[in-house]
Write a protein that binds this ligand. Sequence first.
Ligand code: SF4
Ligand code: SF4
Length: 76
Amino acid sequence: MPRGTVRIDEERCKGCGLCIAACPQQVLGFSGELNHSGYNVVHMERPSACVGCAFCAMTCPDIAIEVYRQKVPAQS
Ligand code: SF4
Ligand code: SF4
């Protein structure tokens, strides 16, 4: 299973929650932190579960998410 991580631009995030619903691994959740516009922004609640699929980034209407993928050595 590939590994990934995401970086969320908190000032772009408007707290719509679409990325939370789109993530098949339940990685994302509301952080409880408000950005300068007063939106409850998203963060990684379960970072180790991210597989780098980028569904969250594709779903975000505000282009607030960047996905980084890590290659994992094949299991022997
Ligand atoms: S989809 Fe984008 S704007 Fe909406 S909560 Fe997620 S990161 Fe924020
Ligand atoms: S890249 Fe995939 S697994 Fe990782 S947070 Fe986004 S939707 Fe979830």
